[in-house]
Design a protein around this ligand. Sequence first.
Ligand code: B12
Ligand code: SF4
Length: 514
Amino acid sequence: MELYHNQVTRAQGSFSLRMFHRSWGIMLIQANISAPCTVLDFPTRKDFAHELTSHQYDIVGISSIIINVGKVREMCRMVRKLSPHSAIVVGGHVAAIPGIEKLIDADHIVRGEGVSWMRRYLGEDEGAPIRHPAIVSGLHTRIMGIRLPERKGATAATIIPSVGCPMGCNFCTTSAFFGGKGKFVNFFESGDELFEVMQQMENELKVHSFFVMDENFLLHRDRAMRLLERMKAAQKSWTMSVFASANAIRKYTMQELVELGVSWLWMGLESPRAGYTKLNGTDTRQLTRELREHGIRVQGSTIIGLEHHTPDNMISEIEHAVSHNTDFHQFMLYTPVPGTPLYQQMTEEGRMLRDIDYADIHGQFKFNFKHAALSRDDSKRFLDWAFWRDFEMNGPSLYRISRTLLTGWKRYKDWPDARVRERFAREMHRLSGIYSSALWAMEHQFRKVNRDVSEQIRVLRAEFKQESGVISRAIPAILGPVLLWTTQREERRLALGKTYEPPTILERRNWVGA
Ligand code: B12
Ligand code: SF4
């Protein structure tokens, strides 16, 4: 249940950014029905059994993606045994598995958007406005061997403006699941609606920072620009983390992005030779550099095992990806996932491999199809190497994000728009002492991996010192060695096979009188 550690910073050892994320789909459904409802997130088998036997549930809804189909099967079995009168409804991406009806024992399998389905099923108004739940984007954050304290307002709120993406890239399961090319489901159509939701979350969760869970937020320019107008009028100095394709980013000037508060941007780089419309004519290295020069942290995403990849060109493609020097870099195997056009094509060409466990189809292990030039083992070798190479050449992501922050701060600390100044100052003042300390520890620990990068970290640390206040300047002398110690302790723990699990969370709604 970890984004970064599973698929982004997985080669970064104790520097890997670790945190868990709630299951937003079921939180959204719960917030939008009037029936009494419990969300049980990350239950152990014991928790699930206890909940099933402590209350009489008419309906048990189970959310899952494809890899977890084995768990869904077991949960259905438990419901039938422990709560035999309950109807079982299974939703989420797992529903795209061909023949799912035969793999699990459920009464309803729901494909696509779930709020309207559940409202319809319960006899409620499916067209009623969407009520956004208050979602803290991550929990149990951990880095360099330390679990960060969870203060109200310190972690971004998740905002879900829509599901799906109209770009319809052939491999993209999220796009396919919500209708494919040209289609998506908008929960909040206008910038005004979005502004209201964000303001409400600001009040409820005391946040200034938002993780916007929309596959291609910047594609909808009118909505984003109206949001900006409202933010300016209300003097909101908000920070936003968004997903966007290169063609969508190009619709904005850097100034507009900075004023909107975009501080982290996930962009698909895929491959320089891939023919995806979203990349048409964009020099992604230049774009990445430009974004970072404006203090925007870039998370790149590159695909390993596209059709044109061979053992001869794979290394140079990975080197090209690494040369973007993004703050974070995800590498994913080209993976035909049920429901996508790519899966359809591979099936028709007889190239899907049989007997691959669904639990292994997640793009971080080995191919699930027959590639023209790369074997399954090659796919894993190249994938693992890509992560390692990015880490070795560019250093820990924590170092890279502090570098981007400092660049942004220097550029915008005296900017005329107070909202922009305030945003950079907020991050800089809150974090400069911590970053300097972490940089001290990184500089020491990274020497054994790459001396050049360790030297670059030292230079950045000196710059931080110059820009920081007196107190922040004093912190590294004490905190730096402590972080070095916790980092080394974490390395030892991880080497012994330590793993982390999310806590079980139970939330009831409309429960009074139930
Ligand atoms: C947040 C997220 C995560 C979080 C998970 C949080 C969590 N606790 O589940 C993190 C970062 C940890 C994560 C991890 C992984 N993820 Co992920 N993740 C996402 C992401 C970006 C957003 C999901 C989301 O919340 N969307 C918003 C909500 C509202 O949409 P939704 O979940 O689809 O729910 C709607 C419907 O599906 C439906 N619905 C959902 N559940 C139910 C239940 C019922 C009963 C009903 C009726 C309806 C219903 O109704 C909801 C409202 O419309 C999606 C991509 C995306 N944009 O959707 C990928 C995605 C779901 N992840 C994916 C994958 C592959 C993974 C990993 C395997 C990656 C990896 N290699 O490690 C791991 C697996 C983790 C695990 N063990 O389960 C794939 C799933 C592919 C597939 N077809 O199954 C997706 C689609 C990304 C992609 N395009 O490839 N992920
Ligand atoms: S642009 Fe991104 S989210 Fe949209 S279809 Fe392509 S891969 Fe999927």
